[in-house]
Write a protein that binds this ligand. Structure first.
Ligand SMILES: [Zn+2]
Length: 188
Protein backbone atom coordinates (compact mmCIF):
# COMPACT_ATOMS: atom_id res chain seq x y z
CA UNK A 1 0.00 0.00 0.00
CA UNK A 2 1.37 3.39 -0.96
CA UNK A 3 1.91 6.23 1.45
CA UNK A 4 -1.10 8.20 0.20
CA UNK A 5 -3.39 5.24 0.68
CA UNK A 6 -2.18 4.67 4.22
CA UNK A 7 -2.73 8.36 5.00
CA UNK A 8 -6.25 8.21 3.60
CA UNK A 9 -7.05 5.02 5.45
CA UNK A 10 -6.00 6.61 8.73
CA UNK A 11 -7.98 9.71 7.82
CA UNK A 12 -11.23 7.80 7.38
CA UNK A 13 -10.82 6.17 10.79
CA UNK A 14 -9.84 9.53 12.36
CA UNK A 15 -12.94 11.29 11.11
CA UNK A 16 -15.20 8.33 11.84
CA UNK A 17 -14.03 8.23 15.47
CA UNK A 18 -14.49 12.02 15.73
CA UNK A 19 -10.91 12.35 16.95
CA UNK A 20 -10.96 15.90 15.56
CA UNK A 21 -13.10 17.04 18.46
CA UNK A 22 -10.08 17.40 20.75
CA UNK A 23 -8.59 19.92 18.29
CA UNK A 24 -11.69 22.09 17.97
CA UNK A 25 -10.84 25.81 17.84
CA UNK A 26 -11.20 28.79 15.49
CA UNK A 27 -8.85 30.54 13.06
CA UNK A 28 -7.78 33.27 15.49
CA UNK A 29 -4.72 32.42 17.58
CA UNK A 30 -5.65 32.43 21.28
CA UNK A 31 -2.15 33.67 22.24
CA UNK A 32 -2.13 36.33 19.48
CA UNK A 33 1.15 34.91 18.24
CA UNK A 34 2.58 34.02 14.84
CA UNK A 35 5.68 31.78 14.66
CA UNK A 36 8.02 31.40 11.69
CA UNK A 37 10.02 28.22 12.03
CA UNK A 38 11.86 25.57 10.03
CA UNK A 39 10.31 22.56 8.32
CA UNK A 40 12.74 20.22 10.15
CA UNK A 41 10.94 16.96 11.04
CA UNK A 42 12.30 17.03 14.60
CA UNK A 43 10.35 20.20 15.33
CA UNK A 44 6.91 19.01 14.23
CA UNK A 45 5.69 18.18 17.73
CA UNK A 46 8.69 19.31 19.77
CA UNK A 47 8.41 23.03 18.97
CA UNK A 48 4.85 23.62 20.19
CA UNK A 49 5.30 21.34 23.20
CA UNK A 50 8.59 23.01 24.18
CA UNK A 51 6.92 26.44 23.94
CA UNK A 52 3.73 25.43 25.75
CA UNK A 53 1.59 25.95 22.67
CA UNK A 54 -1.31 23.85 21.47
CA UNK A 55 -3.74 23.75 18.57
CA UNK A 56 -5.47 27.12 18.20
CA UNK A 57 -2.84 29.05 20.19
CA UNK A 58 -0.75 30.41 17.32
CA UNK A 59 -0.27 30.76 13.59
CA UNK A 60 2.62 28.70 12.28
CA UNK A 61 4.57 29.42 9.10
CA UNK A 62 7.32 27.00 8.13
CA UNK A 63 9.96 26.79 5.47
CA UNK A 64 13.53 25.54 5.08
CA UNK A 65 15.58 27.54 7.59
CA UNK A 66 12.86 29.81 9.06
CA UNK A 67 13.87 32.41 6.51
CA UNK A 68 12.31 35.45 4.91
CA UNK A 69 14.12 35.40 1.58
CA UNK A 70 12.05 38.04 -0.14
CA UNK A 71 10.37 41.21 1.11
CA UNK A 72 7.47 40.54 -1.24
CA UNK A 73 7.35 36.77 -0.97
CA UNK A 74 4.74 34.50 0.56
CA UNK A 75 6.30 34.33 4.04
CA UNK A 76 6.25 38.09 4.47
CA UNK A 77 2.71 38.19 3.11
CA UNK A 78 1.65 35.49 5.58
CA UNK A 79 3.12 37.48 8.48
CA UNK A 80 1.27 40.61 7.38
CA UNK A 81 -2.02 38.72 6.99
CA UNK A 82 -1.52 37.21 10.47
CA UNK A 83 -0.98 40.69 11.93
CA UNK A 84 -3.68 42.63 10.11
CA UNK A 85 -6.41 40.01 9.62
CA UNK A 86 -5.86 37.28 12.19
CA UNK A 87 -5.08 39.14 15.41
CA UNK A 88 -1.41 38.25 15.75
CA UNK A 89 0.20 40.78 18.10
CA UNK A 90 3.70 39.29 18.43
CA UNK A 91 6.02 37.49 16.00
CA UNK A 92 8.54 34.80 16.96
CA UNK A 93 11.23 33.60 14.57
CA UNK A 94 12.31 30.15 15.80
CA UNK A 95 15.32 28.81 13.90
CA UNK A 96 17.25 25.81 15.21
CA UNK A 97 20.69 24.36 15.73
CA UNK A 98 21.85 21.69 13.25
CA UNK A 99 19.63 23.14 10.50
CA UNK A 100 19.91 21.65 7.03
CA UNK A 101 19.99 25.17 5.57
CA UNK A 102 23.25 26.01 7.33
CA UNK A 103 26.14 25.98 4.87
CA UNK A 104 24.00 24.33 2.21
CA UNK A 105 25.81 24.05 -1.12
CA UNK A 106 23.78 25.37 -4.09
CA UNK A 107 26.07 23.53 -6.53
CA UNK A 108 25.39 20.22 -4.81
CA UNK A 109 21.63 20.79 -5.10
CA UNK A 110 22.04 21.56 -8.79
CA UNK A 111 24.19 18.42 -9.21
CA UNK A 112 21.43 16.38 -7.58
CA UNK A 113 18.87 18.03 -9.85
CA UNK A 114 20.89 16.92 -12.86
CA UNK A 115 21.15 13.38 -11.48
CA UNK A 116 17.34 13.41 -11.30
CA UNK A 117 16.90 14.42 -14.90
CA UNK A 118 17.08 18.22 -14.98
CA UNK A 119 19.30 19.05 -17.94
CA UNK A 120 22.43 21.19 -17.78
CA UNK A 121 20.82 23.23 -20.56
CA UNK A 122 17.87 24.08 -18.31
CA UNK A 123 20.20 25.27 -15.55
CA UNK A 124 22.24 27.29 -18.04
CA UNK A 125 19.04 28.81 -19.44
CA UNK A 126 17.91 29.88 -15.97
CA UNK A 127 21.29 31.45 -15.25
CA UNK A 128 21.18 33.14 -18.65
CA UNK A 129 17.76 34.59 -17.82
CA UNK A 130 19.31 36.36 -14.86
CA UNK A 131 18.13 34.02 -12.11
CA UNK A 132 20.83 33.93 -9.44
CA UNK A 133 20.44 30.27 -8.52
CA UNK A 134 23.39 30.34 -6.14
CA UNK A 135 21.95 33.17 -4.06
CA UNK A 136 18.44 31.71 -4.23
CA UNK A 137 19.46 28.25 -3.04
CA UNK A 138 21.94 29.44 -0.44
CA UNK A 139 20.98 29.06 3.21
CA UNK A 140 23.04 30.69 5.96
CA UNK A 141 26.43 30.25 7.60
CA UNK A 142 25.49 31.09 11.18
CA UNK A 143 22.05 30.54 12.68
CA UNK A 144 22.24 33.44 15.14
CA UNK A 145 23.20 35.88 12.39
CA UNK A 146 20.43 34.47 10.22
CA UNK A 147 17.83 35.05 12.94
CA UNK A 148 19.05 38.61 13.51
CA UNK A 149 18.83 39.28 9.79
CA UNK A 150 15.31 37.81 9.53
CA UNK A 151 14.11 39.88 12.50
CA UNK A 152 15.58 43.02 10.92
CA UNK A 153 13.96 42.24 7.57
CA UNK A 154 10.52 41.91 9.19
CA UNK A 155 10.94 44.96 11.42
CA UNK A 156 11.97 47.15 8.52
CA UNK A 157 9.22 46.03 6.16
CA UNK A 158 7.32 49.12 5.05
CA UNK A 159 3.92 47.49 5.67
CA UNK A 160 4.75 46.04 9.13
CA UNK A 161 3.45 48.14 12.02
CA UNK A 162 6.23 49.42 14.28
CA UNK A 163 4.51 48.35 17.50
CA UNK A 164 4.69 44.59 16.79
CA UNK A 165 7.41 42.86 18.86
CA UNK A 166 9.54 40.58 16.64
CA UNK A 167 11.47 38.03 18.70
CA UNK A 168 14.37 35.95 17.40
CA UNK A 169 14.95 32.52 18.97
CA UNK A 170 17.01 29.40 18.31
CA UNK A 171 15.66 26.05 19.50
CA UNK A 172 17.70 22.93 20.20
CA UNK A 173 16.22 20.16 18.00
CA UNK A 174 16.78 17.46 20.63
CA UNK A 175 16.02 19.14 23.97
CA UNK A 176 13.69 21.94 22.83
CA UNK A 177 15.77 24.46 24.81
CA UNK A 178 15.35 28.02 23.49
CA UNK A 179 18.06 30.66 23.21
CA UNK A 180 16.89 34.25 22.86
CA UNK A 181 18.83 36.00 20.12
CA UNK A 182 16.59 39.06 19.85
CA UNK A 183 14.09 40.13 22.52
CA UNK A 184 11.52 42.02 20.49
CA UNK A 185 10.43 43.96 23.57
CA UNK A 186 13.82 45.69 23.72
CA UNK A 187 14.27 48.75 21.53
CA UNK A 188 16.59 48.50 18.52
ZN1 LIG B 1 16.11 23.59 9.73
Amino acid sequence: MGLLNSLLEHNRAFVEAREYEQFSTDKFPDKNLVVLSCMDARLVELLPKAMGLKNGDFKLIKNAGALVTHQWGSVMRSLLVAVYELRAEEICIVAHHDCGMRAIDPNRILDHAQERGVSADTIATLRGAGIDLDAWLKGFDNVQDSVRHTVATIRSHPLMPKDIPVHGLVIHPATGALDVIVDGNQPG
